[in-house]
Write a protein that binds this ligand. Sequence first.
Ligand code: NDP
Ligand code: GDR
Length: 346
Amino acid sequence: MCAQKTALITGITGQDGSYLAEFLLSKGYRVVGMVRRSSTINFERIKHIQDKIDIVQGDLIDLASLIDIMKAYQPDEVYNLAAQSFVPTSWRQPVLTGEVTALGVTRILDAIRMVKPDARFYQASSSEMFGKVREVPQNEETPFYPRSPYGVAKVYGHWITVNYRESYGLYAVSGILFNHESPRRGLEFVTRKISHGVARIKLGLAKELRLGNLEARRDWGYAGDYVRAMWMMLQQDEPEDYVIATGETHSVREFAKIAFEHVGLNYEDYVVVDPAYYRPAEVDLLVGDASKARAKLGWEPEVSFEGLVKMMVDADIAALEEAIKRGVDFPDLHEATAVVVPTKKE
Ligand code: NDP
Ligand code: GDR
């Protein structure tokens, strides 16, 4: 019988962390989840598996905390999913975004290098690194041109991962993942903002949905499919970087149209374009070419675009109905998503 493997996940309280933890538990791993200290406990996405995982306190800003965790748990695999991950916030807090999303990667790589250099490392890189698109579709060879402080920070995280692999021989890989969504997506991201907004309108709790750039196009997949790819990348003989994407691109407008149609409504009657949600610099078109992952990892996405939209709307309607039954309400959508970013003129 093989010895049980230990995986450390940073960002376990986030969307991907919760799906990855479920996946690794199903594979028989001991899962250690790093959480940062906050004044209010924030385990909503992992409460159903909390008794099966080890929760440990640490922060990507604090190297000593990472070294202590590496010493205490000696993980075989480390998945670095923690980040300041919301693009608009990265204009409001560019230095914090750099500290966490960029330098945080060096800190965790250093902790691995110093304490457990044979641990395998996964870095959550992003299609936002491609930014201003010069090639369609984008693959592992496409040059980067980030369009936000977040994208810039992720480019640093990507290259420091490659550099530590080449400098110290670490098994370190960078997964360049395109947008992936789910009912556990944060409310501020556009897909969940739409699915939650549709549910509120359908149940009579709201009259409109305010959005920004409806023409922005993304390659949207399902988070459950994408965490599988993270694990697959760490099971290969050689550490390599991979693009993970569906290869389809859709606009925000299309997402909204399908979501409203799913509940028998016309999006044009409810969506209001609000320039407050425009970005100082936009990523207009992302579509990924995951042929390397398909060929080498045997990875395939299982959930279609339409399936994803409907899954998210159905989940939000069910959650809101349950909340209404219990007499509680979700936070007001506009409060949850009102991150106003400076415009070029400001
Ligand atoms: P979320 O925003 O849902 O989760 C981010 C996680 O990082 C949370 O658990 C958060 O903790 C944690 N975190 C933030 N700052 C720190 C810190 N200083 N120290 C420790 N933990 C911290 O992101 P997703 O799950 O959507 O994404 C996971 C990763 O993948 C991120 O790195 C993201 O940038 C990247 N990515 C995501 C894509 C997507 O489409 N979802 C696509 C490509 C890349 P808390 O709960 O306390 O806030
Ligand atoms: P993104 O996701 O920036 O791609 O980053 P987000 O859902 O925030 O935006 C996608 C596109 O939708 C447009 N948009 C709006 N966006 C938001 N949030 N709110 C709106 O009201 C709105 N209206 C239109 C945006 O302009 C944008 O073009 C996500 C994050 O998960 C990153 O961490 C990750 O790296 C990338 O995906 C891949």
